[in-house]
Design a protein around this ligand. Sequence first.
Ligand SMILES: [Zn+2]
Length: 339
Amino acid sequence: MPDWDRFTTGLHRVSDKCYAYMQPPGNWGLNNTAFLVSGGETLMMDTGCDIPLTDRMLAAMAQAEPAANQVANVVLTHWHVDHVHGINAPRLRASRIHASRICADWMANLPPKRWLEAIGSLEGDAKRQMDHLIGNKFDFAGLDYVPPTDIYENSTQFETGGCAVKVIEGKPCHTRSDSIVHIPTEGVVHSGDLISAGRHVGLQFPFMRNLLELVDLMLSWDAAVYIPGHGPLLDVKDLRDIKAYLQFMQEEARRRYDAGMAVEAATEDILRNLGPYKTLRGAENLFFTIQMLYCEFAGDTTDHVRRDYPGYLAKQWELRKSVPQKFPDLFTGNAGEPS
Ligand SMILES: [Zn+2]
């Protein structure tokens, strides 16, 4: 079962040497980071969305383990702003920063100031959606471009205080490059945003097969705890449930694709027939996953949902209104925002 009891704001010890910093409810910008403290050295897995949130995580960690005052290594699982912007926190100034080549390139091409300009120039429904996502939860002051120091392709490994850290870069599914951090001796995995519980998993690139491959890889590690980018801590059984969910979406979309249904009609038909997945949050965003599955079935693997970012945001805004109106029974709880 997903560990809802420990899904409370703050630091939670998840193994002898590992901790997760959780940020419920896990909506846009509120991600989970993780720490390994071993032999007087510290590794941080992902950062927060801004400097104050990241400082709070680092302060909580240093209070629990004084050795964490210095963070030797940071791994960034993917370039989404909630996972990388906190690299500006003063305590991380001397840290080695590990990121995949693709993640590092994204960070170089869309540094914080350019990102802030881009979201500042949004108009209409795209602006309304971005304002809704950000709300008044964040403080983006003081953000600058900080390049990763250690860039890898496919995989990398290093030690933190004598403890082996393995990083595997996946092929496109959530972003073009999502990395998973595995600490075998602790039985701990940080999955980035590949998986989550209690909400629909969002596919942003047309590669469900890549996501399923990565879920199989994580299952093969048989870890004691999987720390997702958003939402509660997971175990192997939860991962099996997520795999079944992904296969369900793949099969349901395929059947409708083969029958010649348009992607909008197929999404609505699936929303009417969610079966065991009726209670998951974020049903309004299922459209994007079905759209990516359709591209994958058609062999069009060049598209992704953020290619036209303002258009993507405007579509989210429209779906946030229209889907709950058409399917009120799917929205008895809070809506889930894409991460
Ligand atoms: Zn993400």
